[in-house]
Structures are given as C-alpha cells and as structure tokens.
Design a binder for this molecule. Sequence first.
Ligand code: AQP
Length: 359
Amino acid sequence: MVVILNDRESFRAARTIRTMTSSVSRSATAPDPKPNRPRVFSGIQPSGTTHLGNYLGALRIWAKLQDDNDAIYCIVDLHALTLPKEPGEVLAGTVGMAKMLLAVGIDPDRSVLFAQSQVHEHAELGWLMQTVASYGELSRMTQFKDKSARRTGFVSVGLFTYPTLQAADILLYDTNVVPVGDDQRQHLELSRDIAIRFNSRYGETFVVPEHRIPAVGARVMDLQHPQNKMSKSVDSPQGTIGMLDTPKEIEKKIKRAVTDNDGEVRYDPKAKPGVSNLLELLAAATGANPADLAENYSQYGPLKADTAAALIAELAPVQKRLAEIDDQDAINTLHAGAKKAAEIAAPVMTRAKKAVGLL
Ligand code: AQP
C-alpha cells in the first residue's frame, strides 16, 4: 500500500518508519509495522544478458523483500545509456527485463515496478544531485575507473555522473533500504553522503538510506576470470551464466570453470578465488555456508557436478515462468507502475526544490 503525504510531512513519516524498523528488529514482541513498512528501492540496468550474479546478488532478494516491505523496483534505462547503444536497444532490453523481474517473482500487486525514464523526476533530481556531489568524489568511483579504462573510444559524461543519478533514484522515494550486490557498496555510500550533505546545506529533506548486501552471493565471480565479478558489460560468455542458459550450457560452463592446481577444496576467496566462487554458488543455491560445504568435498569434479545441478534446479522455475509472460503484459505493468511511482516521486521532488529555494 502506498500512502501519499506531502513535503516535510512525508519526510518525517519516512524517517519515523526507519526508527520503527530498528526497534521492530530488536524486539520479538513489537507490533506488526504494517502499513508503515520500511521502503525498499532498487534498480537494474536493461542492458546485456541478465546473469546469475544479478539474480543471486539482487533479484531473488528483491522478491523476498516484498513480504515485509513497501517495495519499489526500477528498470534504470537512463543508466543503460551511459554506454553507447543502438536506437531501440534499450527499449527491447527494458521489456525483456520487465519480463525477467516478473519471472523472478516481483509481483506488481505488492510492489511498484516501473522504468526510470517514465518518471521525469529522476532526471530532474539527478541534476540537483550533481550540484551537491564533488568532482573528486565521482573521480574515486571504482566502477567509473574500471569501465572507462576498458573503453578505447568515447567515454560519456553520463558514465562519470552515473552515481549522482543513482542517488536521485534512491532519494526520490524516501528509501530506507537498498538491496544490492557488493559492487554497488561504494555508490551507496556516495548516495548516503550526498543525502547528508544536501540535508545539512538545505535542511532535512531526504531520508538517508542503508544498503542491504546478502551474506552469500553478493559478489558472484566470472567463471573464467574468478578475480573479476560476473558482469553484463564484459564480454565473457564462458565465464557468465545467463538466466536463460540451458542445463547443458550451465553444466559445460561449470565443468570448465577455472580453479587451481593444488586440488584442495577450501573456502578462501583470496588464495583460491575459482574454487571459492563455486562453493559460494553452491551455498547460494542450497542455503548452506560455503566454508561448511568445502568439508564435504576432496576433489573439484564432484563439487562442480553438485554446483551445476543446484544452479540448474534454482533457475528452472524462473525460466519456466519467463516463457509464459507476454511482452504486452510486461509493458502494461510498467505503465501502471510508472503512474504509482510518479505519485510518490513528485512530492519529494517538490520538497527538494522548495528546500533549495527554486521558484
Ligand atoms: N557479479 C555480481 N554478483 C552479485 N551481484 C551483482 N550485481 C551485478 N553483478 C553482480 C548486482 O545486480 C544488480 C543489478 O545490476 P546492474 O545491472 O544495475 O549493475 P551492474 O553492476 O552494472 O551489473 P553488470 O552490468 O553486470 O556489471 P557492470 O555494469 O559493472 O559490468 C545490482 O544490485 C548489482 O549489485
């Protein structure tokens, strides 16, 4: 349920919910916090192939968080434009991603699901965020350094300022909790810093969000280059398990996953990144602990066989649901979600403009 308040009223309510949330988690006898549930917001780019890292690090947690939170999930199509795209590519990716999110269990009756470009306040607040973030801060973002270093030609200004738009995405919804993978930790810290700076410069305006990073599966590594995270924007087909990969493809990729030569099954991400990644994948799919799982294996072969089987079982229901979802249904869901999102975003945008002192 979405309760719409105005300006400072809604800011105070959102901040109060945060206080309530922490007291609820401390006390077993605390009252049910509904309808004042914590606000959860997160986003995903509609680019490349959605992979196991996206799913284990973020998407399946998004689905779980719908039970106890007021969840808003956004397909961040404007972010996808930070790397060059053909006309129409982002739109096709947006529809495909909407179907994927529905297939992983995002329920439009319980969550708001929408595309970023349909709610103009994102771009508008993104500009204000640029005026309170420093060039030095953005220069320190490792994702910008990595992505710009990988490119030989054109590097857009948008790739550099991406984290300020991300801050706007989050702050527009009075977000309490942002579920993300570990790679987004630095951007989330920046969003918090920007919110705190804006509040101290212009008066209490934004809720300062917290991240929620899963204990297992927060950084799924590339199977061929286990020192790098599995990624949509890096061309590593054998190192990446796509959400639509067939059981045969998954078996083959896991079988060929890079390990090491010492033959010992041990969870040690620094010294043994390949084996630890397999243990982490098996743990994420079975709910076990990766270090405990290592004790069950003395060879890499059986570990790989069990990991492949567990991942195939984990992805099968998502793949089945995806095949049943129609493009037009997904588009309709996004249109309806954008209306709900705009109802929440508009008063927060007005609150921010008033705080700054714009006409
Ligand atoms: N390898 C990963 N392990 C765990 N979580 C991951 N995420 C991404 N990669 C991994 C999480 O997935 C969510 C959506 O990702 P995104 O598309 O918004 O962000 P991204 O980091 O840009 O994903 P890419 O495209 O796979 O990697 P890049 O662009 O860096 O090459 C986020 O919550 C993210 O943490």
